[in-house]
Design a protein around this ligand. Structure first.
Ligand code: CA
Length: 148
């Protein structure tokens, strides 16, 4: 029984490494203050939680293997993931949002997660009819509340 399971695992790896159709998944949008609708700069957005405690105000993301980013001065962010799928079991992924700079840039905002439903995505680039399956984009604008 153990040998059979091992064989399945081995085949899975080979298939992934040599020629799994690849797809670009783009998530983008703007993050604003819920109270005054102003854009929020330097907000962490990622397909995984921020793993390391901020050091000297600069969050470290060295151990990330999924895309993470920070909003720019206009509150905009964009995450690009190239892969077979973000999640093999569903079309919904969790996005982590975190204010890593404390009171700077408009205040300390409540961290949270949002769900991204890829079944609602738009196709934004065509497939090449070979291994590239095209690009799918979800636009997600997020409002954050200031911590009381
Ligand atoms: Ca802040």
């Amino acid at each position: 029984m153990a040998a059979v399971l091992g064989l399945f695992g081995f085949q899975g790896c080979i298939r992934y490494e040599y020629g799994t159709p690849m797809t670009d998944f783009v998530l983008k949008g703007q993050i604003t203050n819920k109270a005054d609708k102003k854009p929020l700069k330097n907000i962490y957005v990622g397909f995984e939680p921020l793993r390391i405690v901020p050091e000297y105000g600069v969050p470290q993301t060295d151990y990330s293997y999924l895309p993470t980013t920070f909003t720019d001065e206009n509150g905009n962010y964009e995450l690009l993931y190239n892969g077979f799928s973000l999640d093999y079991t569903s079309d919904v992924d969790t996005i982590y949002v975190y204010d890593g700079d404390g009171e700077e840039n408009g205040g300390q905002f409540v961290a949270g997660t949002i769900a991204v439903d890829w079944s609602e995505s738009r196709k934004t680039k065509k497939s090449d009819n070979d291994w590239y399956q095209g690009e799918y984009t979800v636009t997600k604008n997020i409002e954050l509340e200031e911590e009381k």
